[in-house]
Design a protein. Structure first.
Lengths: 246, 370
């Protein structure tokens, strides 16, 4: 409860204009304290930011491989599709705290647990988009590829995956942005990252730490979103009209 | 060349077989058209030849070899395949699309490149201009051409075509059909051609196989089909106006040489000469060509009164449409009806004037037949 009141107080301070000097106190306001904190602990913040990035990159890389393979498999075995997609969906509905706590007995405390949890969370968007991306390809395109004598493997790698790629990329982007946020909570099981700042800030009632952690997470999320949506647009442009270039 | 023996196909979960005990033999170099209403099993029959569908029972021989015992990939690489929606790969350029089978056969790059350019030229596309484009940048007719070029890229002896000219307007379709027949005259492939359009069947087919409810009703030459339909179904499919349908079977060049037509005027012929020519005969107009014998237009008696000038060039009315000499009489008729004129100019591939066909000529042909 006191946590909630604290958070309320930060915001009331920030938004009532008294941003540099706390009301009735002779210590500096929130923003100037945050700036001071960043200046003082920039090494730590930078390390945690990189750690957070690393956690996300490792998790999403593994998740992409696993999910695309899963998505391709269920595009061939439609009987499995509903089951696999439902399981992935259930994964997403498990609260992250519960999921992490549940993982600890199996993977211990630390980076691995965080990665495993993040992979499980990112399955659904990628598996689902891979599946629909492949299913939405015009049957005529696939049939003419098969009819001309392409092997199933060639059809998959030359036709199906390239055509589904923009949709798969959209899934990867959704998953990445989502697990950047969940990644902060993974600090709870010792996976490191900016979550550590947030958790420590809360337990020490040290507002600047919380703010730096939260803003750092947002910056990472926005950066991923920017880079991946750029990639998505590039891929979607393939096969579209390119008259401007000619 | 292709022999289909007692073939039956039953799709899982269906009570009635899609194809029932079918026997069909297609000779080398022939176009065999499978025709019939939708659901008659014509497409299924075609797709069993390259084993997109596996027959439930029966056998299919290609050049005496049992197709059902061959490796399906190897079988398909030697059979050109064009389907209704063409199915060009939207993420690949036209060149890459046409290079599909050469790439699957692992041809050297140079050979593939040469062949792709050759095929695009063959179907009337410019490799320089169109090769690097994507399918979405092409018109419907151009896409159909690419589909044909892609299917023929490695010179397969057999081609399967499922309504390859289906998705374009009638004029473009007639043009594509004529071009394809011209190519076929040169390459002489064995072709299985599926359509629901009896007119197209009569025009394209060396033989026509009429199917109904998965069974073969009649397999005959277009002429025999028109003169002796096997039963009610075939005659209703062929329709009543058989003499008009016969116009599909005759090419313009076949009757053009027998026609006695006045010589065309040149662009620099004087008006007096033209007037004299028209006055002396009972014709009311004369075609005009340039020095290379290219068709420029037409001058009618009335045009001479309306305008002034000394040379033919001053009076020319441009023509909206012309036909090539390998078009059928039916194509000529459609053009006449469309332009609302009783004649149509005939040109060759380079737009050089070959002659004129009139409505009267068509009537004569139909009369002779009956």
């Amino acid at each position: 409860m006191s946590q909630g009141i604290n958070i309320y107080l930060y915001f009331s301070k920030v938004f009532t204009g008294d941003m540099f000097m706390a009301v009735g106190q002779d210590r500096p306001g929130l923003i100037s304290r945050t700036v001071t904190y960043i200046g003082r602990r920039s090494d730590l913040i930078w390390d945690l930011l990189l750690e957070h990035l690393w956690l996300i990159i490792v998790s999403i890389s593994i998740a992409v491989v696993v999910s695309v393979i899963l998505g391709v498999i269920i595009s061939y075995k439609s009987s499995l599709a509903a089951t696999v997609l439902t399981i992935c969906q259930i994964m997403m509905t498990i609260p992250s705290m519960a999921m992490l706590a549940f993982m600890v007995p199996f993977f211990g405390i630390g980076f691995t647990t965080g990665v495993v949890a993040l992979i499980l969370y990112s399955l659904l968007p990628i598996v689902r988009n891979t599946y629909t991306g492949i299913k939405e390809i015009s049957p005529a395109v696939v049939e003419s590829a098969v009819g001309m004598g392409m092997t199933e493997w060639r059809v998959l790698t030359k036709i199906k995956i390239p055509l589904a790629r923009p949709v798969i990329m959209a899934g990867i982007r959704t998953a990445t942005v989502m697990i950047v946020g969940i990644g902060a909570i993974a600090a709870y099981v010792g996976a490191g990252g900016l979550g550590e700042l947030i958790f420590q800030g809360i337990s020490r009632s040290h507002e600047p730490m919380i703010i730096v952690g939260a803003i750092g997470v947002s910056i990472i999320a926005l950066a991923f979103d920017f880079v991946l949506s750029w990639g998505e647009r590039r891929l979607a442009a393939v096969g579209k009209v390119r008259e401007a270039k000619q | 060349m292709i022999k289909i023996e007692n073939v039956t196909k039953k799709f899982p979960g269906m009570e009635i077989p899609a194809v029932k005990d079918l026997n069909l033999e297609i000779k080398e170099g022939d176009i065999c058209v499978l025709v019939g209403p939708s659901g008659c099993g014509k497409t299924t029959t075609m797709k069993m030849i390259n084993r997109i569908h596996e027959p439930t029972s029966g056998s299919i021989y290609i050049d005496g070899q049992d197709a059902l015992k061959m490796n399906p990939i190897k079988l398909r690489l030697d059979i050109g395949y064009v389907i209704q929606e063409i199915g060009l790969f939207p993420h690949m350029t036209i060149e890459e699309n046409v290079a599909t089978v050469p790439n699957e056969k692992k041809w050297p790059k140079e050979k593939t490149k040469k062949k792709v350019a050759e095929m695009l030229t063959l179907v009337g596309l410019d490799p320089e201009l169109h090769g690097k484009r994507y399918p979405s940048e092409l018109s419907g007719g151009q896409r159909q051409r690419v589909g044909v070029a892609r299917a023929m890229a490695t010179d397969p002896p057999i081609m399967l075509m499922d309504e390859p000219f289906g998705a374009v307007d009638p004029i473009t379709r007639a043009k594509l059909q004529n071009e394809f027949l011209r190519i076929q005259e040169r390459v002489g492939k064995t072709i299985v051609f599926v359509t629901h359009d009896i007119d197209e069947a009569i025009k394209m087919g060396d033989t026509i196989a009429v199917m109904r409810d998965g069974e073969l009703v009649q397999h005959a030459s277009p002429n025999d089909l028109l003169s002796a339909p096997a039963d009610e179904f075939v005659s209703s499919l062929v329709g009543r106006n058989r003499s008009i349908k016969r116009l599909h079977l005759i090419r313009i060049r076949e009757i053009l040489s027998d026609l006695d037509r006045p010589k065309p005027a040149k662009v620099d012929t004087s008006v007096d000469d033209i007037r004299k020519q028209l006055d002396e005969s009972d014709i009311r107009s004369v075609m005009v060509v340039d020095r290379d014998n290219k068709l420029k237009g037409i001058i009618g008696i009335n045009d001479l009164k309306k305008k002034t000038g000394e040379q033919a060039a001053d009076y020319i009315q441009e023509l909206d449409q012309s036909v090539t000499s390998d078009a059928t009489l039916n194509d000529a008729l459609s053009v006449m009806l469309e332009c609302g004129e009783g004649y149509v100019a005939v040109v060759n591939e380079d737009d050089q004037y070959q002659g004129t066909i009139t409505l009267g000529d068509l009537l004569n042909v139909v009369k002779e037949d009956e």
